[in-house]
Unconditional design. Structure first.
Length: 121
């Protein structure tokens, strides 16, 4: 038995069917082009053969340089015995958001985040 829809009673407004359809088509096109861009970027990265930049007609047009960052999670997974000697505990100060919202709902509600998304299944 499915759970009841928690948003069943939220306020709604009828929207333009054609504009909604165009939005769906645009999102599909973006997704398709993003997949193609990712595929081409992978091909270009591989074509650099370890070099840091690529040129077209002698002009640098792409770079694939190292950053001052490391894949820490993978390093910890691949070398747990080695990294254990460099682990330390840090104290982190965080906001207890649930308590803040309970004590200051009028302020907190001005900072609520909204998400726009399609509900098609």
């Amino acid at each position: 038995m499915p759970l009841p829809d928690p948003y069943e009673t939220e306020p709604t407004k009828e929207i333009d069917r054609d504009k909604y359809q165009l939005w769906l088509e645009a999102r599909a096109a973006v997704k398709a082009w993003q997949e193609e861009a990712t595929r081409l970027a992978t091909d270009l990265q591989e074509s650099l053969q370890g070099m840091s930049a690529g040129t077209v007609d002698g002009r640098k047009v792409i770079s694939y340089r190292y950053k001052d960052q490391y894949a820490v999670s993978r390093l910890m997974k691949d070398y747990p015995d080695l990294v254990q000697h460099f682990m330390h505990t840090e104290e982190v100060k965080t906001l207890d958001l649930l308590r803040f919202v309970a004590a200051n709902p009028e302020v907190a509600n001005r900072y609520r985040v909204r998400e726009f998304r399609g509900l098609e299944t």
